[in-house]
Design a protein around this ligand. Structure first.
Ligand code: TXA
Ligand code: MG
Length: 348
């Protein structure tokens, strides 16, 4: 067990002395969890093989799942990648700092342990003021996966991080809830056409305002191919309960869910329902939680992981979740929900 230092920061009023302490830990090769605008990350010096090993240990993360390298300003990317194609420069200009990760060919200074043997590296410049300041103060690029135990829903509050990582990391910087609530979009810029490997905070529709074309990796469409992003092959976001997504016409979904609730209750199973504000009143049995309005993807994304974790605190064994439409941020939401459900989808 480590003696984890907990540092609480109000992000309206950055406490520089406190952040300097955390930055010093990163400089010395330690691990620090910190908030970003997407989810909390668990950081370590990206240029130190020894430091990044501690991330894999703390999370229980498979070592072939590569890490994203976080930078504080645009020019910090130069030593890390072999070249920056024009289209990559265009998306970085448009969406950095922000929830976009760009995959490019790496240089020799990136340790093997970051990329799990790949010739490429994933880079992101976060927008959250605490993340930006901490990385700048550390003076090194910071490798940071989501700050959860491998397989659990990503943390969107300081309390989630404390729950998973207290005693396993050197420090946790707590700074409120994450605004976006789902992880960054991972965009591979090493091929002919930019390819989304993981949908996230920057949507395909937003990318198409800057790029001529953007493809979506076949592995994301459920096609049976070898995933390009090693992270995609692992179980993710899995709550203790078994999750089923119910997808179909708006009026039919609540009817089907009520029918299933009845069925599970006859089997004496505790059931949870994840729905929207619009459908909340359709359910009078089971533990019902709304992710927000069906038309407000931002609120749905911001609430999803928190709700999955809340169910872990209950006796619920089966969760029935309403699907969202797979456009804009809805793509990232459905991607996470589908993984949480282990690809169990009931069509109505
Ligand atoms: O929003 C985020 O991206 C958060 C915050 C903390 O910045 N970080 C995050 O990291 O989600 P992680 O490790 O949970 O997810 C990284 C994803 C994985 O799916 C991994 O496989 C992929 O990025 N990835 C990393 N390097 C890659 C590479 N060189 N090529 C393809 N995929 C890569
Ligand atoms: Mg993760």
């Amino acid at each position: 067990m480590k003696d984890t230092i907990i540092i609480e920061i109000d992000h309206e009023d950055l406490l520089m002395e406190e952040l300097k302490k955390a930055a010093q830990i990163l400089k010395e090769g330690g691990t620090v969890a910190f908030p970003t605008e997407t989810v909390y990350g668990l950081g370590a010096n990206a240029l130190s093989e020894k430091a990044i090993k501690k991330i894999f240990q703390a999370k229980g993360r498979p070592s072939d799942n590569p890490l994203i390298v976080h930078i504080a300003k645009m020019e910090d990317i130069k030593p890390l990648v072999r070249e920056i194609p024009l289209e990559a420069a265009a998306v970085m200009e448009a969406f950095w700092p922000g929830p976009l990760t760009v995959v490019l060919e790496k240089t020799g200074i990136i340790p093997e342990g970051i990329t799990g043997g790949l010739s490429t590296v994933a880079i992101r410049m976060p927008a959250h003021p605490i993340a930006a300041k901490l990385i700048a103060l550390a003076g090194v690029p910071v490798a940071a996966p989501s700050a959860n135990i491998s397989g659990r829903p990503s943390p969107t509050t300081g309390a989630h991080v404390v729950e998973d990582l207290k005693g396993k990391v050197d420090a946790i910087v707590i700074g409120g809830s994450c605004e976006v609530g789902v992880e960054s979009t991972v965009l591979d810029m090493t091929g002919k056409t930019p390819m989304i490997l993981r949908p996230g905070g920057v949507t395909r529709e937003m990318l198409l305002k800057v790029l001529h074309s953007v493809e979506i990796d076949a592995a994301l469409k459920g096609e049976d191919v070898v995933p390009k992003s090693p992270g995609m092959k692992y179980t993710h976001y899995a709550p203790k309960a078994q999750v089923y997504i119910v997808k179909g016409e708006e009026e039919k979904v609540p009817v089907k869910i009520r029918e299933l609730v009845e069925q599970y209750r006859r089997q004496k199973k505790e059931v949870g329902i994840i729905c929207f504000d619009e459908t909340y009143n359709h359910y009078d049995q089971g533990m019902v939680k709304s992710m927000g309005s069906r038309t407000d993807f931002k609120s749905v994304a911001a609430n999803l992981f928190k709700i999955l974790r809340e169910f872990d605190e209950t006796k619920v064994e089966i969760i029935l979740a309403e699907a969202v439409e797979e456009v804009e941020l809805g793509q990232a939401i459905m991607n996470r929900l589908t993984k949480a459900a282990g690809y169990r989808i009931i069509h109505v």
